[in-house]
Ligand binder design. Structure first.
Ligand code: TXA
Ligand code: MG
Length: 533
């Protein structure tokens, strides 16, 4: 069969796709979640063609898509109050609701169940096609069974060219993951499949709901499951996938230590340089779950074009949309998941004289492991001959024993020289620092005490960044006492550093150090307890 390529912006192509649907053919249509393999939901012949094209297991029921509430009323026995609330809040949108089905629903849709899954998509093209055909459209995701779902017409052709009558080209699907499936036919509402309408959002409308066990864990294939689709390995690239859960720095480090040369790596944007290999792909910043959802299937598909034998991937935690992304990743691996012990990493930064070192000592007393960039730097100045040679060449000072005071005078008087020194030391410090971080395995809370935390982009390792600030006169007088320097020199040093405003803007938590040690201790203790939990 030749698969026609139709285009959403052409009215005549939309009309053509409706004609095909009404002639019991299968047409791949875009929705806001993923592409769907659409056919007339009221025709047994049409539905059987979907199963054939996709190679879908016979016991896996289909979602029916509607474009108005009249269609819903024909397909279900009853719309409960809960269902009305969910519909008001989220339709049209990326949530599929399970209802008791009416008797016009062919058995081929529900596959032996007395229920039906229905969704009103929030997508112009999808709704036009349903509305103009005048029939509800059954549409599973438009991929071969077991493969990652498709988010572009091109993906659809990769899987189904020659197997379906047409595909409608449109913009890539916005969400990138399939809809949330919510069962409202039981005592308590339950999410059978997480999607972009999150558990938290649904709970704001319905109160507490459950999440089916199969969302987070592997379930026995023969077991009777609530949603038949959840028992199959899904979304899977050809290579074996291993999912790493835990703090993103720890998972990145695990991957770095364990991924061989022919391994594919899927990581958060922040780790692209740390994990660079010929087969590294990023799928969004660690806190940008929308981007991760949008990119996930595309990236999983791309691995199939690479000569990789194994894939390691980082994974977001289960909050909000993270639950859906983590679910797809885990399913793509057949639940081959490694959970790295969740250490908390606190970044600690602040200008000289702010009291950052005192805060660092307090954290250490509270039994955090403190890794200090200054300590590492001083150690390297003594022991790293490579770094010493580079410094002495650039600043014309004696290489055997670097005179720190002299070096300080040179760089603090001239910003461009400070920049050169930082660019030399940065690479040595990073290496030593990562080694130390990785070998610290027995502490639950690690504090990274780093004056140039933001400049060196170390916030990517941290769960939270704490900034210590103090009034400028305080900072100057502390610096004079601590380092035995003149007020003028202290002012010059501070001028080269970030302001209180900068830290307030960029840190997650601010400690304003007014000089009272008891108060400072209490603040640190609260932060430590909160983060360490
Ligand atoms: O976003 C989506 O939902 C996409 C687009 C095309 O709308 N569709 C989609 O369909 O993901 P599909 O067939 O790939 O996934 C439907 C899921 C399956 O896990 C299936 O088992 C479940 O919904 N399902 C369908 N009818 C059900 C029912 N009556 N009871 C429980 N689960 C059902
Ligand atoms: Mg699917």
């Amino acid at each position: 069969m030749k698969t026609l390529q139709l285009f959403a912006e052409n009215k005549s192509d939309i009309a053509k796709s409706c004609q095909l649907i009404l002639a019991d053919e299968v047409v791949a249509i875009p929705t806001e979640t993923v592409y769907g393999l659409g056919a007339n939901a009221l025709s047994s012949t049409a539905i059987s063609k979907i199963f054939q094209a996709k190679g879908r297991p016979q016991d896996n029921p289909l979602i029916v898509h509607i474009s108005n509430i009249n269609m819903l009323n024909q397909l279900v026995l009853d719309v409960s109050d809960d269902a009305k609330r969910v519909i008001d809040a989220f339709w049209p949108g990326a949530i599929t609701i399970i209802f008791k089905k009416s008797n016009i629903v062919p058995d081929e849709i529900s596959r032996g169940l007395d229920t039906i899954a229905i969704r009103f998509p929030n997508h112009k093209t999808a709704c036009e096609i349903i509305e103009q055909s005048g029939v509800p459209i059954a549409a599973p995701s438009a991929n071969l069974s077991g493969r990652p779902s498709t988010t572009t017409a091109q993906h659809v052709l990769e899987d189904l060219d020659g197997k379906i009558s047409a595909v409608v080209f449109d913009k890539p699907c916005k969400v990138g993951l399939e809809s949330t499936v919510l069962d409202l036919t039981r005592q308590k509402p339950v999410i059978l499949r997480p999607g972009s309408v999150t558990k938290e959002q649904i709970e704001a409308v319905l109160g507490e709901i459950d999440v089916d066990l199969s969302v987070k864990e592997s379930i026995d294939n023969s077991a009777k499951v609530s949603s038949p689709g959840m028992k199959y390995r899904h979304y899977a690239p050809k290579a074996k996938v291993t999912v790493l859960c835990g703090n993103s720095y720890d998972t990145a480090n695990y991957i770095r230590q364990n991924a061989g040369k022919s391994c594919g790596i899927l990581c958060f944007d922040e780790y692209a340089d740390l994990l660079s290999s010929p087969f590294t792909q990023t799928f969004g910043a660690k806190d940008n779950i929308d981007a991760q959802a949008h990119n996930l299937f595309d990236k999983l598909r791309l691995f199939d074009e690479m000569p990789v034998t194994e894939i390691f991937t980082q994974c977001p935690n289960d909050d909000g949309l993270g639950l859906a992304v983590a679910n797809r990743l885990k399913k793509s691996s057949g639940f081959n998941v490694i959970c790295i012990k969740n250490r908390k990493i606190i970044g600690l930064t602040g200008a000289s004289g702010s009291g950052k070192s005192t805060v660092s000592d307090i954290f250490s007393e509270l039994s955090a492991k403190v890794i200090s960039a200054d300590d590492i730097y001083h150690n390297l100045l003594e022991n790293s001959s490579e770094m010493k040679v580079e410094i002495s060449k650039n600043f014309a000072i004696d290489c055997d024993k670097i005179d720190r005071k002299k070096l300080g005078e040179i760089v603090f008087a001239d910003k461009s020289k400070l920049k050169i020194l930082n660019s030399i030391t940065h690479k040595y410090i990073t290496k030593a620092f990562e080694k130390e971080l990785f070998s610290t395995i027995d502490s639950n809370v690690i504090v990274l005490d780093i004056p140039l935390l933001f400049e060196a982009n170390y916030q990517r390792y941290c769960d939270k960044v704490v900034g210590v600030i103090a009034n400028n006169d305080e900072k100057i007088s502390r610096l004079c006492v601590r380092d035995g320097i003149s007020e003028e020199y202290a002012k010059i040093r501070l001028k080269n550093q970030k302001s209180n405003e900068f830290f307030k803007e960029n840190c997650d938590i601010i400690i304003d150090n007014a000089g009272d040690l008891n108060e400072l201790y209490k603040k640190c203790e609260n932060i430590y307890n909160e983060i360490g939990e």
